[in-house]
Design a protein around this ligand. Structure first.
Ligand code: AP5
Ligand code: ZN
Length: 214
């Protein structure tokens, strides 16, 4: 399967991805994770991306299309992939179509994590992540067994620099202005599925499974 997960910050894309990935043996390609790794490693790409990310703005289309193109070539995604956080502009969506067309493939389904803005601040400000595995926790909704510590490895959890109320505001603005048109783009292609993303994580997972088995 070739899937796209689309939705505002905190809607649950990164929480559902590992579940879907394991169930269907897919690669998880998250542009946000790749960019954060590049920023941490201070690569030329990371240096270019950092300023926009810190402000909650989108990084340039050329830059993210480049990293996705590279990631798709590098990974052996025979059974398919999950794109998490990409495409986020109509230009990115068009570039992706071109890339896939060259490979003779196409996107099967776009999962739209539909949710009200009002609940996102609590989700974002309570989030803790285990960077190397991508596991996500929440102080209230999905607490780790020991506060600040990953359940599996015992390693420390961190908070994202852009997970503040002020930066969330610009991330939401970017979502409504630049990414919502992408939802319509896939709607008109007839491959869009809307998910009730405000439900508890396990219920969202069942909804995803329903869509993917239909
Ligand atoms: P990115 O990393 O993609 O961040 P985002 O889109 O803002 O999304 P989040 O990761 O914040 O949300 P999520 O949906 O994954 O939420 P999660 O599942 O963790 O991008 C970061 C930045 O990189 C961008 O601002 C931009 O600068 C740049 N960038 C990335 N891609 C780009 C692109 N294509 N083009 C240009 N720039 C790009 O859940 C959040 C919290 O809620 C967790 O604590 C979780 O435990 C909890 N939770 C999850 N589900 C539920 C539930 N159902 N009920 C209760 N709590 C829940
Ligand atoms: Zn995420």
């Amino acid at each position: 399967k070739r899937l796209i997960l689309i939705g505002p910050p905190g809607s649950g894309k990164g929480t559902q991805s590992p579940v879907i990935k394991d169930e269907y043996c897919l690669c998880h390609l998250a542009t946000g994770d790749m960019l954060r790794a590049a920023v941490a490693a201070k690569t030329p790409l990371g240096v270019k991306a950092k300023e926009a990310m810190d402000k909650g703005e989108l990084v340039s289309d050329d830059l993210v299309v480049g990293i996705i193109d590279e990631a798709m070539k590098k990974q052996s995604c025979q059974k398919g992939f999950i794109l998490d956080g990409f495409p986020r502009t109509v230009v990115q969506a068009q570039k992706l179509d071109e890339m896939l067309q060259k490979q003779g493939t196409k996107i099967d389904k776009v999962l739209n994590f539909a949710i009200d803005d009002a609940v996102l601040e609590e989700r974002i400000t309570g989030r803790w992540i285990h960077p190397s595995s991508g596991r996500t926790y929440h102080t209230k909704f999905a607490p780790p067994k020991v506060p600040g510590v990953d359940d599996v490895t015992g390693e420390p959890l961190i908070q994202r620099k852009d997970d503040t109320p002020a930066v969330l505001k610009s991330r939401l603005e970017a979502f409504h202005r630049q990414t919502e048109p992408v939802i319509d783009y896939y709607g008109s292609k007839g491959i869009l599925a809307n998910l009730p993303a405000e439900k508890p994580p396990k219920e969202v997972t069942s909804e995803v499974q329903k869509v993917l088995s239909s």
